[in-house]
Design a protein around this ligand. Structure first.
Ligand code: SF4
Length: 359
């Protein structure tokens, strides 16, 4: 990305959250894994792991795919991380539910070691200085804290829990204090990007000292239900590398999923170099694609990767979850057979730029 805005972190130079910081041990592993991918191997370079379905919020846009099972023990997560390391995973993000609700989160982060870059997706609820310091000490590289709005009430209403705004802001301050790369994360909307609101959101994030803002696309969640499309002018703004960067006091970087996972860069890696594992161990190509290809705790990672390889042959230039949304007549939840057909129909216009480049 020619317009990347690198940020110096304690592990190296952070280019964006889809790769480890340049110079870190995890980055060397990342390059190795990409090389293997370029030689036709299937490597889960990045894995999102849900540690629990529990959460004190009730957000409509929650991407958690509930497992309906008991959450994994520390030993199960340990075995999974060991399998992922063996397979070449370089980036792991812990999510939920709310991962901070796990008493053993610090120990789980510690299992990753420096060869795997770790990220936490969190509401920030329940974080105190002691825990923030322990997580940083265990090797946590990045924390993405949900912040839907600069207005306390608006944020709390979206989360369906009073006090969540204050928890999020406090958590971001603590992560920053202990040297964790800290980002505010929100789902992009017409309202958030409207004149006046966007400027105040960016300035607010700058004023609390976060390193980055990450805007996610509004994706279909949970059961593959439809979501409202953003208008074209808002999509265009999300593609603009300068979005919000000139606002006074803006954080160091403003990233959008539209650009990072768009055809001009990484494209959609769902089920190719990226997997999502829910709290019950079911493996999905992505948190937003609720079609399971197997269970890591029951079958082991190798078998699940074989199933993914057999059905998802290459990355796509376009978001598979959004593409699936364009098939409203396919019965929900989408079956594996239907999903594979839909995924195949998304191919055909070449590879994303980065994949062409490493080929
Ligand atoms: S389907 Fe692909 S592009 Fe869409 S959110 Fe998932 S990984 Fe990203």
């Amino acid at each position: 990305m020619r317009d990347a805005r690198p940020i110096r972190t304690r592990y190296g130079i952070d280019i964006h959250h889809l790769a480890p910081p340049v110079g870190s041990r995890a980055f060397g592993r990342y390059l190795n894994s990409l090389k293997r991918v370029s030689h036709g191997e299937r490597v889960p370079v990045m894995a999102h792991i849900s540690l629990t379905d529990r959460c004190d919020c009730g957000c409509e846009r929650c991407s958690n795919i509930p497992s309906g099972r008991v959450e994994p023990t520390f030993e199960m997560v340990g075995r999974l991380l060991a399998e992922l390391k063996d397979a070449g995973t370089a980036c792991v993000a812990f999510t939920g539910g709310e991962p901070l609700l796990r008493d053993d989160l610090v120990d789980i982060v510690g299992l990753c070691g420096e060869e795997v870059c770790t990220t936490l997706f969190t509401t920030g609820i329940g974080l105190d200085a002691g825990r923030a310091s322990q997580l940083a000490g265990a090797g946590l590289c990045r924390a993405f804290v949900s912040l839907d709005h600069f207005d306390r009430e608006s944020h709390d209403n979206t989360r369906h829990r009073p006090g969540t705004f204050d928890d999020a802001v406090r958590a971001m301050g603590l992560f920053k204090k202990y040297g964790v790369h800290t980002a505010a994360q929100a789902v992009a909307s017409e309202e958030l990007l409207s004149e006046g609101v966007w400027e105040r959101y960016v300035s607010f994030c700058g004023s609390i000292g976060v390193d980055e803002i990450l805007l996610l696309d509004p994706m279909p969640v949970r059961t593959g239900s439809k979501t409202r499309e953003l208008p074209e002018h808002t999509k265009m703004r999300l593609r603009d590398p300068g979005l919000g960067q000139s606002i006074k006091g803006a954080p160091v970087r403003i990233s959008t999923m539209t650009r990072l996972e768009g055809p001009d860069y990484l494209g959609c890696q769902a089920g190719y170099t990226f997997i999502y594992i829910n709290a019950g161990g079911d493996v999905y190509p992505c948190d937003f694609l609720p079609v399971s290809f197997g269970n890591v705790y029951a079958e082991g990672l190798g078998e699940v990767l074989d199933s993914l390889s057999a059905n998802i042959e290459a990355p796509s230039r376009h978001c598979l979850a959004s593409h699936m949304n364009g098939f409203p007549n396919v019965p929900r939840p989408v079956s594996l057979t239907d999903a594979v057909d839909i995924i195949k129909s998304c191919r055909g216009d070449g590879l994303p730029v980065l994949m062409e480049w490493i080929k």
